[in-house]
Design a binder for this molecule. Structure first.
Ligand SMILES: [Zn+2]
Length: 480
């Protein structure tokens, strides 16, 4: 049995692996930075959301009751700029891309892991409350209709990023005449003509000011989580490029506003996805939309590709990598199909099958509990499926109950990654086709390629079965 207390997570704040202990026994509140909806989501986003889908699934597998919240940023400079370029209303544009984003998340099978997708738009009052708290405590100040956070007031500002305070000047800074420190950031921005805006009232040193504007980027996350989780919660996730300034500023806002630390117990960051060594981004124009990729490839194969690498590592995406993931997935389906469709006979090989399933459960759990080592867990899963296939090839029949137990275990653990979701493994390969595949392998071993190609053509023509060779051995799948 999986033991929840054995889970260890790498915490970006302490820069160490730590035993996972949530604030309330058995419950996990998890927030992951969500999408700014001004364009379609790309593969870089897919990696991040798949990574945290697996985190949520693993925590639930360990019997935690997980509340997973991911915000939708629908008030933002990029949305306003895009709306202006295309002559559209910014709110209408945000709704349009939000619905497409949610369709993409559905296609990736990550949407069902998320309990709530709150929009920043709906949290203006919570944002106002937090801005007021920061003004009251002297962490914030008004400047020409904007509100800024005075970074010099917050001790430990650089703890998460590890960036030295004198190095901050080199990072992205919002220029503004009159700021107390160059790296002070906006909590609230005065609206420019034609921009969507909200009217709020705040007071500074007893004087009330009426502001017409919109929230800064960082405050929406802490306002949303303060409403949904309270001042402190368990896991905050996002890609590594959000550590500074975004997550750094979230800590400064939340801990100053509530007076409680730590704001978040475990900071988890996923490595970015690159293409040819460069980060996939809209500004570089090197991005592949999720919906375009899924026209040619399955979401399961993309999930397999992502889970083949530890979440904290970067992925350098290539078409070759995607093709390899498709092959590996087909191999997994084919191998599992052989075992799944074995003949049944009471008692046959029960102990052997149970041992394979038991070993899988133990090794898979150890790998996942070690900061979600999905690449190792996936290797263990494939090795177990391989052993079950080998059992099927060397035995006439399997005990029905043991077979059902092992199949259930394989499907349960494969489900953490989101693979073996289609029922394609349920249909057994026709006996004659199996014989032909084995025959073709024997011909290839003897380097009789013309003859083996003829068998391959027969499999396709007579049975609609495509046969390919891979590093795992022969893979086959039904055409179309
Ligand atoms: Zn965020």
């Amino acid at each position: 049995m999986a033991d929840a207390s054995d889970l260890v997570l790498y915490n970006t704040l302490s820069k160490k692996e730590e035993r996972f202990v949530p604030g309330h026994a058995g419950r996990v509140n998890m927030f992951v930075c969500g999408q700014t909806v001004y364009d379609d989501a790309h593969l870089g986003h897919a990696k991040n959301y798949i990574n945290f889908s697996v985190v949520a699934r693993w925590l639930r597998h360990l019997n935690y009751s997980v509340m997973y919240v991911q915000n939708i940023t629908d008030v933002d400079d990029k949305i306003i700029a895009r709306a202006r370029e295309s002559g559209r209303d910014p709110i209408e544009l945000a709704r349009h891309f939000e619905s497409r984003f949610l369709e993409d998340m559905e296609s990736l099978d990550v949407k069902r892991d998320v309990d709530s997708y709150p929009r920043s738009h709906d949290y203006i009052e919570a944002i106002r409350v937090q801005v007021q708290q920061l003004l009251d405590m002297g962490y914030a100040y008004l400047l020409d209709g904007d509100v800024y956070y005075d970074v010099s007031r917050f001790k430990g500002y650089t703890a998460l990023s590890g960036i030295r305070i004198d190095e901050l000047a080199r990072h992205r800074i919002e220029p503004k005449e009159g700021k107390r420190n160059p790296y002070d950031f906006a909590l609230w921005k005065a609206a420019k003509p034609g921009e969507p805006s909200w009217k709020i009232k705040v007071s500074e040193a007893g004087k009330t000011a009426a502001l017409d504007g919109r929230p800064g980027w960082h405050i929406e996350d802490t306002a949303i989580t303060s409403v949904l989780f309270g001042p402190q919660y368990d896991i905050h996730g996002g890609a590594t490029d959000l550590i500074f300034p975004h997550h750094t500023n979230e800590i400064a806002q939340a801990e100053a506003a509530s007076g409680m630390a730590p704001f978040v117990r475990y900071w988890m960051h996923s490595g970015v996805l690159k293409v040819n060594g460069e980060k996939m981004s809209k500004s570089l124009g090197n991005f592949v939309r999720i919906r375009d990729l899924l026209k040619a490839h399955s979401a399961e194969a993309l999930r397999l590709l992502v889970c083949s690498t530890h979440y904290r590592k970067e992925i350098d995406y290539t078409e070759k990598l995607m093709a390899a993931a498709e092959k590996r997935l087909r191999y997994i389906y084919g191998a599992f199909c052989v075992f799944y469709n074995m003949k049944e006979s009471s008692g046959a090989g029960a102990a052997d099958i149970d041992r394979i399933a038991g070993d899988l459960d133990r090794k898979f759990t150890a790998a996942m509990n070690s900061d979600l080592n999905t690449s190792l867990a996936l290797t263990e899963l494939c090795a177990a499926i391989e052993s079950l296939k080998a059992f099927a090839e060397s035995h006439e029949a399997a005990d029905a109950d043991a077979k059902a137990r092992a199949s259930e275990k394989v499907l349960e653990l494969a489900g953490i990654f989101g693979i073996l979701r289609s029922g394609a493994y349920k249909t057994a390969l026709p006996e004659d086709a199996r014989r032909l595949i084995a025959e073709r392998e024997a011909l290839r071993d003897r380097k009789l390629y013309m003859e083996s190609d003829a068998v391959r053509d027969r499999l396709l023509g007579e049975y609609g079965i495509v046969v390919e060779d891979s590093e795992y051995g022969t893979i086959w799948y039904r055409n179309g």
